[in-house]
Write a protein that binds this ligand. Sequence first.
Ligand code: ATP
Length: 420
Amino acid sequence: MQAAIIAVGSELLTAFRTDSNSLFITSALNERGITVAFKIIIGDRRDDLARTVRGALERVPLLVLTGGLGPTDDDITREGVADALGLPLEEDEGILQGIRARFRARGMSMPGTNARQPQVIHGAVVLHNPNGTAPGQLVARDGRHVLLLPGPPREMRPMLLEALDKHLATVVPGIGVQRKVLKTAMKSESYIEQQAQPVYSRWAAMTPPIETTVLAAPGQVELHLSMTSASKEEGERILDDAAAELVSVLGDDVFSDDGRSLEQVVGDLLRSRGWKIGTAESCTGGLLTSRLTDVPGSSDYLDAGVVSYANWAKTALVGVDDATIAANGAVSEPVARAMASGVRKRLGADVGVGITGIAGPAGGSDSKPVGTVFVGVSFPGGEVVKKYRFLGGRDLVKGQAAQAALDMVRRALQAGTPAP
Ligand code: ATP
């Protein structure tokens, strides 16, 4: 089965807003065996929208729209879809009361403009919006379905899942697209492809075939495997075997095969050992600590991090010897090593990480060009320090340095110190 997505909103056609909703919608549809044939971003014009909806429904039986369900004049999705389907809009008294009650609960009275929101396309199923005022709508017409959802992602997401699983489940055939994602860190895309391609190229000719997509970002390359199978169990088994074959050639460059991020994997490794981590960051300015704290429950293994940017801070807060900095420079292997062991001691942590580098654009030299970063990790099994040379602007150097540090911690914990 095929679907199309229409994101409505003139702001999505400017340089300041991105249509991210369609990515979530695509993923939810794919998981239920529906592929997306095309997607369209369109401004707040009723006649344009009506024409677009009509054209889309000639090509696909399911249309998901997001945005333009608000109370203001530029919210035209209800009207545009009603025009396209040749159906009238009718006021729904229950929705009106619900919106009034929502305002009353916050000690406010409902502004007159909200009176547009209870307009429902004739025959539509009304979808409750627990996180906002704009209800969704699901309209069936001549065997085709049109789903209208609000624009704010936190309102749209639960409503989409409910519409798909409760209202559209019987419409969608029972086949499914299965997926599995392998994530690797700190290896180049060409290296990963070179290792993995001989394995996954065979899968394209299998019945059913497994499709492999390589997605690369600085410091992280992901292999996305997908296939369509008659049963969920069969698909999962085939993809598990395929992933295991890839892991056998990529080894410990793979840090995740279950959707977890690198910071989650590191957090789980620390938690399983009952260990704490402490960080001393210079050029990353706290980015490593920020990523560690992106994980809920990270207080189990992180008490503190130090941003020791200036030399005096590396000495006073982390315990790096003045003489070490004077002899080697702040961006050096001995200083990264001393930051890692120093912060580990100062914070009473089991694992200490030190990062020092030149993020640029100024401050580079022939011997230490911009992008030179030293990362040290001190842990109960030993100590590692590595020198990197990252390319790109300041953001990219900082991002790759934090990624490298996380991956060094992961490899150190996995290799050197098995969990009890
Ligand atoms: P509401 O009345 O609750 O705002 P709405 O359906 O009218 O709902 P819009 O006014 O179109 O929604 O969008 C509201 C906000 O939702 C936008 O400013 C934007 O931040 C976000 N948004 C809208 N469409 C998208 C989209 N396709 N992807 C990501 N965010 C979106």
